[in-house]
Write a protein that binds this ligand. Structure first.
Ligand code: PEP
Ligand code: MG
Length: 325
């Protein structure tokens, strides 16, 4: 099987009816970057910057961060990388940030909420990214955005840092793309005001499922209870994709769901054309894509979504089996 996937590495990620799907990988450590070559991924759709922070005993300074982000870009060697700003708090605790005491950490003081309350910390991270990407494209996304104003405030901090670099005559990135993670359901009803301010949206289905079903993603008693292939989640994604794509804003999915072939099939069926996943999932997902007739599955899904509320997993599995996917 391994060999079968290795043989796919240099083949395009295109469906039988010639729809191109962008396949990217998630990373968080420098060592992950080697998988860009061995998987043939298009780029890094999610670089989790908190991972290197978690192994240290104090907050890395701007130079240390800039070195790290620069190495990531060097190793990507021109392939696009999307850096997510710190997503700590909740289950990802840093010894040097006091976020203890939250009763519901996943819904507590975490991610962009910390960044906006501790703007000096977020600004240092953005400054490091700007330094690291001088003369190269830079793509930044903010996690756990729940209101448009949070994105606007984060963008403002980024603008302050870009101005600072220019004022000092420092080189700046060649084009900066800004996006948000769609993890909080409330954002679905703010897209009209959000879309003019972002270049892309990346759906974090791990947190989105958790908040949509009010089900702790780390609680083993709930692990099999709600299916990500439910009409509720897929209808929500279908709605979001149909709002986002016509506005010329890119949309991709970077939650674990994107790396499971049947789930990835469902994501394509609701209109997603860009996925980011753990490196090991790229081969199996690419194999699925290359055996898929996208038109057929889009038609199948649009009728499946109008069916009574029952999980679509079995239906999709049968579809895949029937079509030799
Ligand atoms: C997600 O929530 O789906 C996601 C990709 O982010 P993380 O798993 O790091 O919370
Ligand atoms: Mg998340």
């Amino acid at each position: 099987r391994r060999r079968k996937y290795a043989a796919l590495r240099d083949l395009p990620s295109t469906t039988r009816d010639q729809a191109r799907v962008s396949l990217n990988m998630n990373a968080g450590l420098l060592i992950d970057m080697q998988h860009l070559d061995d998987t043939g991924a298009d780029g890094v759709g999610l670089y989790r910057t908190e991972i290197p922070f978690m192994v240290r005993s104090e907050f890395p300074d701007v130079d240390a961060q800039a070195w790290l982000y620069g190495r990531v870009l060097d190793l990507a060697d021109g392939r696009p990388v999307t850096f997510r700003t710190l997503d700590v708090g909740g289950d990802k605790v840093l010894p040097y940030i006091d976020s203890f005491g939250d009763e519901n950490p996943a819904m507590g003081w975490r991610a962009i909420r910390i960044g906006l309350d501790r703007p000096a910390m977020l600004r240092r991270q953005l400054r490091a990214m700007i330094m690291a990407a001088s003369g190269r494209p830079l793509s930044i996304m903010f996690p756990m955005i729940a209101e448009v104003t949070e994105l606007l405030r984060a963008r403002h901090l980024l603008d302050l840092e870009l101005d600072r670099a220019k004022r000092r005559g420092q080189p700046v990135p060649e084009g900066v793309r800004v996006g948000v993670m769609f993890e909080v359901p409330a954002l679905a009803w703010q897209l009209d005001s959000l879309l003019p301010h972002v270049d892309f949206i990346s759906v974090g289905t791990n947190d989105l499922m958790q908040f949509l079903y009010a089900a702790d993603r780390g609680n083993s008693r709930l692990a099999g209870r709600y299916d990500s292939l439910s009409p509720a989640l897929l209808r929500l994604l279908h709605f979001v994709v149909n709002k986002v794509r016509p506005a010329g804003v890119d949309i991709s999915v970077c939650g674990e769901m994107a790396g499971r072939p049947v789930e990835a099939l469902a994501l394509l069926a609701v209109g997603v054309r860009s996925l980011s996943m753990s490196p090991g999932a790229i081969g199996p997902v690419k194999a699925m894509i290359r055996s898929l007739d996208l038109n057929e599955v889009v038609g199948f899904m649009s009728s499946a979504l109008t069916q009574p509320d029952r999980p679509l997993r079995e239906t999709l599995r049968l579809f895949a089996a029937d079509h030799a996917i």
